[in-house]
Design a protein. Structure first.
Length: 156
């Protein structure tokens, strides 16, 4: 591989990492916001049920509390099923890994006038490993769904 090709490949890798980081950052913000609002909604409904049951509002109070309890059950089930908080944390870790790799590539290029194909291959292998880890987590999820296993059983 010529020096020009190595430089072009390094620039492509930087562009790819920037694109991944931007995409993951957006996903992180969305997941973080969804997890936050799900928790706030659950706490709000729970406290409303407590207040309604504490007040003596004719016959309307217990019926409203029952309806809100049903909604609360659905929301807490969705929260557990979607696992938004864990998803947010996983995305944050991925953002950190991509950022670290991007910084390592940029520092390497800044400190070396003649980047080598071997170092490019090393960075590419780190990126491939990152993608493999993502794919492995997706495969674990698919296996979990097919076998009906719980997350705790798979993680142990």
């Amino acid at each position: 591989m010529t020096d020009l090709q190595v430089v072009k490949n390094f620039l492509f890798l930087i562009k790819l990492l920037n694109s991944n980081m931007e995409s993951l950052s957006k996903s992180h913000e969305v997941a973080k916001r969804k997890a936050f609002w799900m928790k706030i909604t659950i706490v709000g409904i729970s406290s409303t049920i407590t207040v309604i049951l504490g007040l003596k509002i004719n016959n309307f109070g217990p019926s409203l509390a029952l309806i809100l309890s049903g909604i609360l059950t659905v929301l807490t089930t969705m929260d557990q099923f979607l696992n938004l908080t864990t998803r947010d944390k996983k995305i944050a870790i991925r953002v950190g890994l991509v950022t670290r790799l991007l910084l390592d590539v940029q520092f390497y290029l800044e400190s070396n006038q003649n980047p080598t194909a071997e170092k490019l291959e090393e960075f590419k292998n780190r990126y491939d490993s990152f993608l493999d880890n993502i794919m492995d987590s997706v495969k674990v999820k698919e296996t979990e769904l097919q076998n009906g296993d719980t997350k705790q059983e798979i993680q142990e």
